[in-house]
Each structure stands twice: as structure tokens, then as C-alpha cells.
Design a protein around this ligand. Structure first.
Ligand code: PMP
Length: 371
């Protein structure tokens, strides 16, 4: 049998594993930070309508520049994220993972490096590797906030081409202060003052769930600062695959150099536009999830767990002597959470009130067993 290593794959991919959260069929699935609420029926009907319209033109390639969709995304950001942005400042792709990949293809690549502050979203390192970009793992404080001094020192030392700042951070839930983003941004520009500077990517996939306002206004007057967003979480549309960025129009022009022609299908564009028509209903679910997230934090603390403050739709909790054993203990009780490999900690996504109750009951049993 031929194995991967028998094939002429790139050396840096040898022995590596693909991204893979287990997709197990259990009663309570709280492991991939999905929104637990299915799209409301009127929106499902509207998607069917818009997709039917798009189907009549499927013999043609879709709008390559997705202008209508980008216009509506710009309107959404302008209305909710604290800065008026126009279509020229917004770009969209198949999930924010593709947005990040296009950014790394444009601003990273062989001979270049990217830095992130770990633990953080593992795909930043994986997409870096996939695009031939060297990966630098930067530090965090013990409470999972970014250690600004250590981060700026690492930036000055390594002089990265791309800096990732995830706010709220996955898997810890930690939001990043605007002053921290600015300090890292300025350090990155200073470190690359011999070149054209460095690109700073603020990954705000969970931005809508934060107690704090969006970091979007920071892009104003900073052409090397990019904000990345997604419809996978707040819009409850992980299956849609629609991510987007907001930045200086020059960044939007630059990613056109690497995007595949017609990368966003007409069906994707039609579906995303339908979802954006129902923004207010979907943001209502976000409010319910924020309340549930805050309840998870306080009830887990009452149970006796350590909990990291969360601004996302998930909560990091522990500490367990062996997080994997605890993960299995919860799975045995029908609850799937995520073991992100942070020693002692697990991550649970905020689900429906009933799912969260089932999860909390399982943790109570687990803690009783422990003591
Ligand atoms: N950024 C962060 C921090 C994430 O956690 C995720 C998904 N888990 C993504 C980006 C990618 O999401 P998507 O490709 O679905 O937009």
C-alpha cells in the first residue's frame, strides 16, 4: 500500500497531521464553536428563493468580485463595528480560513515568516506551513493574555512579515485590548522599517460575542492592519463557508493577485446575501449565546473549575491533571468538548440552554468523582 511518505510531497509536510476536530455522533456536541441554533425558517425560505434565482444563471461564472455581497458586508460592519467602511475595503472568500490563506499567499510565502501568540488558533500555523511561510510561536502570560513586552521583543528579534492577533482568542476566549494591538502593530512596522513594513492580521472570528467593541476602527490610517471576520459563528452559518476581511483598499487589491478566479460560487454569494438580510434576527441569537456563555463561566466557577474569562462563544475550563482523561469522562457522559492540547485545560462551546445544562451536569459528576 502506498502511504503519504511514499509520494513526492513537500519535505515540510512529511510526518504532519491534518487539522481535525473529531466529528463524533454524540447527543451533546460542544466541540467546534458552532452556533447551536439552526437558521430560522423564514431565512431558509429566503435562501431557497435567492439560490433558485442564482441557479437560473449557473451556466455563467459568478460575479468574480462579489460586489453586491461585499457591499452588504461593508454595510453590516459600518452598522455594527464602529467604523464606516466601503466595498473597496472589504474582501470575501470561502471561510475566513481562505481569507487567511490568501493573506499568507500574498504577504508570506517561502523565505518569509509569520508569528502568533500561542496557544491560539492552530490554523494560523498550519496555513503558514501550507503556504511555505515560516512559523514563529510567540509567548503569552500564564493567564493567557498577551505579554506585550515579550511579544514586542519577539517581534523585534524575528522581524516577521505577518503578525497574527486573535481577539477573542481561540481556544482561551481572551479578548485583546486595542492598545495591545497598536503596540504590536508599531513594533512590527519598526522591526521591518527596512522593507515595506509587516502585515498585522487581527482575527476577529468571534468578534460579535465579545464584551468589548470591535477592533475594526484601528484599520483607519493603518494600511498594514487587517481585520478578518466570518459568518461561521455569529451568523450561525458554518456550513456556508463565508469569511471576509476589512482593510485598506490596497490590501484588497493585493489579495486579488492570488485569489482563484470565481472562487466564491454564485450559490455561496446568494446564500450569504440572504443571511445578511436577516442580520437582526441572527444577532438576537448572539445575545442569547452571550448570556449562556456568561452562565457557563459562573456555573463552572461555582462547581470548582478554573475558568478563563471569555469574550467568545466558548469557555476554557480546567484545570485537570490529565485533560484528555477528563475529555473522555465527559464523552462517556454523552458530551463532546474539545481538547486543544493546552495542558490541563478543555474548551466547551456555548450551546442551547439544555445542552449547557447537560454539559454542566456531566462536569459536576466528573468533579465529584475527582474529589
Ligand atoms: N479564526 C478563528 C480564530 C477560528 O476559531 C476559526 C474557526 N474555528 C476560523 C478563523 C475559521 O473559520 P471559518 O473558516 O469557518 O470562517
Amino acid at each position: 500500500m502506498t502511504g503519504i511518505d511514499d509520494l513526492p510531497i513537500r519535505d515540510e509536510l512529511r510526518g504532519k497531521s491534518p487539522y481535525g476536530a473529531p466529528q463524533l455522533d454524540v447527543p451533546v456536541r460542544l466541540n467546534t464553536n458552532e452556533n447551536p441554533y439552526p437558521l430560522p425558517e423564514p431565512l431558509v425560505a429566503r435562501i431557497a428563493e435567492r439560490v433558485a434565482e442564482a441557479a437560473r444563471d449557473l451556466n455563467r461564472y459568478p460575479d468574480r468580485d462579489a460586489v453586491e455581497l461585499r457591499t452588504e458586508l461593508a454595510r453590516y460592519l459600518s452598522r455594527t463595528a464602529g467604523l464606516e467602511v466601503g466595498v473597496a475595503q472589504v474582501w470575501a472568500a470561502n471561510g475566513s480560513n481562505e481569507v487567511l490563506q490568501q493573506l499568507l499567499q500574498t504577504f508570506g510565502g517561502p523565505g518569509r515568516t509569520a508569528i502568533g501568540f500561542e496557544p491560539s488558533y492552530s490554523m494560523h500555523a498550519l496555513i503558514s506551513r501550507g503556504t511555505g511561510t515560516g512559523w514563529i510561536s510567540g509567548p503569552r502570560n500564564a493567564d493567557f493574555t498577551i505579554d506585550v513586552e515579550a511579544a514586542c521583543k519577539a517581534i523585534a528579534e524575528h522581524r516577521p512579515d505577518v503578525v497574527f492577533i486573535t481577539s477573542p482568542n481561540n481556544p482561551t476566549g481572551t479578548a485583546v485590548a486595542a492598545e495591545t494591538v497598536l503596540a504590536l502593530h508599531d513594533a512590527a512596522q519598526a522591526a521591518r522599517s527596512d522593507a515595506a513594513g509587516a502585515l498585522v492580521v487581527v482575527d476577529e472570528a468571534y468578534g460579535e460575542f465579545s464584551h468589548r467593541p470591535s477592533l475594526l476602527p484601528l484599520i483607519e490610517g493603518r494600511p498594514r492592519l487587517v481585520l478578518s471576520r466570518t459568518m461561521s459563528k455569529a451568523f450561525g452559518a458554518a456550513g456556508l463557508r463565508l469569511g471576509y476581511l476589512a482593510a485598506d483598499p490596497a490590501v484588497v487589491d493585493a489579495v486579488q493577485l492570488v485569489r482563484l478566479p470565481y472562487h466564491l460560487s454564485a450559490v455561496t454569494q446568494a446564500t450569504a446575501l440572504a443571511a445578511l438580510e436577516h442580520t437582526d434576527t441572527l444577532l438576537g441569537y448572539v445575545e442569547a449565546l452571550k448570556t449562556e456563555r456568561d452562565r457557563l463561566v459562573s456555573e463552572l466557577r461555582t462547581i470548582g473549575c478554573e475558568v478563563t474569562d471569555s469574550d467568545a462563544n466558548f469557555v476554557q475550563f480546567g484545570r485537570f491533571e490529565d485533560a484528555h482523561v477528563a475529555w473522555q469522562g465527559l464523552l462517556d457522559r454523552g458530551v463532546l468538548v474539545r481538547d486543544n492540547g493546552v495542558p490541563g485545560w478543555l474548551r466547551v462551546t456555548a450551546g442551547t440552554p439544555a445542552e449547557n445544562d447537560a454539559f454542566l451536569d456531566a462536569v459536576r459528576e466528573l468533579m465529584k468523582e475527582k474529589s
